[in-house]
Structure formats: C-alpha cells, structure tokens
Design a protein around this ligand. Structure first.
Ligand SMILES: [Zn+2]
Ligand SMILES: [Zn+2]
Length: 372
C-alpha cells in the first residue's frame, strides 16, 4: 500500500546546519506473520534519531527514521494473537522473543536488539518499505520507521493505549520517556528519602526526574547547560539544578550531598557525563548510564571514583518489560503524577524540518509530529 514518509537523504555537514527531510510517497509491504500495519497518528523525535541524522550512527540512504510512533492498527499478520484491527497502540523497542535474554523476561537486552533496531531491514533481510518508484529505501528502524503515515512493525513492539489517554502524547513512551523513567523505576530503584543526580535535562533526563519524584527521592539534582530545561526540571520536582557540564560539577554535588549521593544517572547519550556522575557518588553509590548514542563514544574513569562499592550500570531502553514498563508510566500519567505534556510541542508532519531544528537546538524538549 501507499503511504507518505519523511525521507532522509543526506547527513549533516556540521551541527550549525540541520538536515532537510522530504515528504514523499512510499510503498509498504503486506505485514508478515507476526507483523502489524499501523496508521501512524503521531511520532516523537528522539536523541537516537539525532545520532543518525548527524552521521554518528550509520545507515544506508535514503532511509526513514522515527521510533516513537503511536497510532491505530489497520492490518495484522496471520499469527498475530494479542492485537486486532482498530486497537490504539504505541510502538516501542523491538525484541526477538526467542533468545536467552528474551526468554529470561529481559527484552531490552535481546541478543538481536542491535540488528532489529539498527539493521534497517527485517531479520530475514527483506525490506518493509520501498520508494514509490520501486527504488530501495532503508526502513525498519527499530522495526517501525514511524516518520510516516503508516508503518509496519512487530506485534512484540506494541503496547495498547487505553481510550482515556491522549494517543498522540504516548508515542515518546516508545523510547525516550521509558528510557529515562525506566532507568529509575527498573534499574536504580532509589529508596524514598534518597538522593539522585541526573545529568542531561532532555526528555530522557526529565522523565527520570518525574520518576524520582514518584519514588520520593528527597534530593533530586539536575545538571544541564540549558537554562530553560533547568527551569522545567524545577517545575517537575528537581530540588537543585546546576547549569554546568564541567568537571567541577562533581565537587559541587559532593558538597551539597555531604559526600553521600546515593544515585546518579547519565542521560547525555554516549556516557559523556559518566566520569562526573561516578565522581559525584558517595560510598556504595550506583550510577546508571542510558544507551542510544554512537558506539564510538568512550569515556575515562578515575580509579578512585570506581572504588568504595560503587557500581555502574549500562541501561538500554530503561530495562523492564513490554508492556509492563509502559503501562506503569501511562497509569502514573492518568493519575497526574507523570506530567509528560509539559515536555511536549506538537508539529504538523509537513513541518518535520522545523521540529528537527527545534529538537537539535534544544528549544523544544520533545517535539511530536502529528500525521493528520
Ligand atoms: Zn531476543
Ligand atoms: Zn530513542
């Protein structure tokens, strides 16, 4: 069937320029046995899209990105059992369902998560989309490529969205929001009264702030160079903010927490702030680092900052399971305890280049494209 998608043809030359995507007609395959066709209603713009757009993550071109889709099921494959046509769904991370880690209920650590998310094809090597003239088009990004009016995805990616919730707001639960909140809920699991420092105040970091408030952390510190994000962090419940990404930040946090910071979380993609996040921790502190950046990023740790029972956890997608991790956040959102709407600005699909520009510049924390 025909759909309209945002086609990415050229990487950024420098960060002062933004990539220009073009809307064009594409042709979608029929859903395979375990696949679903979703009429996309909205899709977020996320840090991992940035990494592809600026050339830090490789892709063939032309390609279709977008991995925070939400919409309504229009067709299902012959072996789909948990969903039906008409279901409102958000599309999250792919997993194979068969490997050791999937069978251990750890789908975020699926052994095939890499090729499923970044292979730009199905696992069998076929392509779910092509250009309308029949030319090759790289899709299947996170097995969805949702910067499109329609997307083919796997049943295992899907989470039902209750009628009571604004469907267009839920796409970002597919990646960034669940990544940040899940890192706190599923991996760090801070106790009430504990302290946490969150490095990076984008959508992932701010989702972690909201989760830390739910967990009743007493001290919630946010570090980011952008003043607007810090203001927002305070509104969401951060108790202290620092406009800095410099090394001296660890000394400030140690002073503030009297060397007893319990948890830290690097949300800067690629572990850029892990050295400061580890140095900030007190004895027996735990540092989480969210994934999603270029595999070429690296960091150096001071020996002393890794001693004293400190631990560093590399976290993919916030850990947890599908759909439980997402349902938990949807429930909190319905109860008013997870005000995701404060992070969001909606853009019509045809304004995708404006949305990307505002996302790259940090002007908007979470741009969401509306396809209709
Ligand atoms: Zn697996
Ligand atoms: Zn993402």
């Amino acid at each position: 069937m025909r759909a309209t998608a945002a086609i990415f043809e050229r990487s950024l030359v420098s960060l002062s320029r933004y990539p220009k995507l073009k809307l064009a007609k594409i042709e979608l395959d029929e859903p395979q046995e375990y696949e679903v066709l979703v009429k996309i209603s909205s899709c977020g713009i996320c840090g991992t899209d940035h990494e592809v757009l600026n050339g830090d993550l490789p892709t063939g071109k032309p390609c279709v990105l977008g991995h925070e889709g939400a919409g309504i099921i229009e067709a299902i494959g012959s072996k789909v059992s948990q969903f039906k046509i008409g279901d409102r769904v958000l599309i999250s991370f792919p997993s194979c369902g068969k490997c050791r880690n999937c069978l251990r209920d750890q789908p975020r650590y699926c052994e095939l998560a890499g090729p499923l998310s970044f292979g730009f094809q199905r696992l069998d090597g076929s392509h779910a989309i092509k250009l309308a003239n029949g030319d090759k088009l790289y899709g299947n990004f996170f097995q969805q490529s949702s910067w499109s009016t329609h997307a083919i995805t796997l049943e295992r990616n899907l989470i039902k969205v209750p009628d009571s919730i604004d469907l267009d707001l839920m796409g970002p639960l597919g990646c960034s929001i669940t990544t940040g909140a899940g890192a706190v809920f599923n991996e760090l699991q801070p106790e009430a009264g504990s302290s946490i420092a969150i490095f990076g105040g984008g959508s992932t970091g701010l989702a972690a702030v909201m989760a830390a408030v739910v967990r009743e952390c007493e001290t919630i510190i946010v570090v980011d160079p952008n003043s607007n994000r810090l203001k927002l962090a305070k509104k969401l419940g951060a108790t202290h903010v620092f406009k800095s990404e410099k090394e001296a930040i660890a000394a400030k946090i140690r002073l503030l927490t009297k060397n007893r910071l319990d948890y830290s979380l690097d949300c800067t993609l690629g572990g850029k702030m892990v050295p400061a996040a580890m140095e900030s921790l007190g004895i027996l502190g735990v540092c989480g680092m969210v994934g999603g950046g270029s595999p070429l990023h690296s960091f150096k740790l001071n020996h002393a900052d890794t001693l004293y029972g400190k631990r560093l956890i590399g976290i993919v997608g916030g850990g947890g399971k599908t759909p439980n991790a997402h349902q938990q956040i949807m429930q909190l959102h319905e109860q008013g305890k997870f005000p995701l709407e404060k992070l969001v600005k909606f853009y019509p699909f045809k304004k995708i280049n404006d949305a990307i520009r505002d996302s790259f510049s940090g002007k908007v924390v979470k741009p969401i494209l509306k396809m209709n």
